[in-house]
Design a protein around this ligand. Structure first.
Ligand SMILES: C[S@@+](CC[C@H](N)C(=O)[O-])C[C@H]1O[C@@H](n2cnc3c(N)ncnc32)[C@H](O)[C@@H]1O
Length: 214
């Protein structure tokens, strides 16, 4: 593994993490107890800021788990917004619905159980944001599918794009690492999008679906 940030910098960032609602903290505790991967508070804040700053109202999540990242989106889209959650694991739906109801955000969410890549083809756009956090070997299928659903100047945001630093280690040839590597290369070459890969936590890509300028 190649460390993404010096551990002193990582600690410094964690010490500065924003105050957040008690439900978020409860979900972080559950993730720790279950050893379940969630975006964490730093990326959660970035999702919130991006959503609010573009006044996004329609967000599609690919891989929602029990709804932690969706909590940030649901707060940010406001009362007239909508967040579509997807996950293959049915048991995540009940947990997500419980947490988001307790946060009084149930009216803003819709949870679809199934393969996000299959659901993508049945959904109608346009979405302001597609958030990608599914199994890493499936990442290369996402840019095309997302481009069909996003509005011009919409964002495709993807977690784990540095994948514990393994993407930068040529000896790492497992399917997940290859999937993330391929994904990063596809986006770098894709002229439909303008992409930046931020070394925040496990790496996050923000890709703008280029609309007309002016
Ligand atoms: C990293 S977790 C998501 C965490 C969530 N985004 C958060 O930060 O709170 C990945 C989730 O994606 C789901 N998943 C993986 N591949 C999927 C697919 N093809 N379609 C739908 N869900 C998928 C898994 O069941 C798991 O719950």
């Amino acid at each position: 593994m190649i460390p993404i940030l010096d551990e002193r910098i990582q600690q410094y960032l964690e010490d500065l993490e924003a105050k957040r609602d008690p439900i978020a903290i409860e979900m972080e505790k559950l993730a720790e107890d279950l050893d379940f991967p969630i975006v964490g508070p730093q990326l959660g804040s970035l999702l919130y800021i991006l959503t609010r700053s573009m006044r996004a109202k329609r967000v599609l999540e690919l891989g929602s788990g029990f709804g932690y990242s969706a909590l940030f989106f649901a707060h940010a889209v406001g009362p007239s917004g909508r967040v579509v959650l997807t996950d293959t694991d049915r048991s995540n739906r009940a947990r997500a619905q419980e947490f988001l109801s307790r946060a009084r955000l149930e009216d803003r969410i819709e949870f679809r159980v199934g393969d996000a890549l299959e659901l993508l083809t049945s959904l109608k756009g346009a979405f302001d944001i597609v958030f990608n956090d599914i199994d890493k070997e499936e990442y290369p299928f996402v840019p095309d599918a997302a481009a069909k659903l996003l509005r011009p100047d919409g964002l495709l945001i993807t977690d784990n794009t540095l994948w514990g630093g393994r993407v930068a280690d040529p000896a790492q040839l497992d399917e997940a690492t290859q999937g993330v590597r391929r994904y990063n290369e596809l986006l770098a070459a894709d002229t439909r999008y303008t992409t930046v890969l931020l070394p925040l936590r496990d790496g996050v890509s923000v890709s703008l679906l280029n609309g007309p300028v002016g």
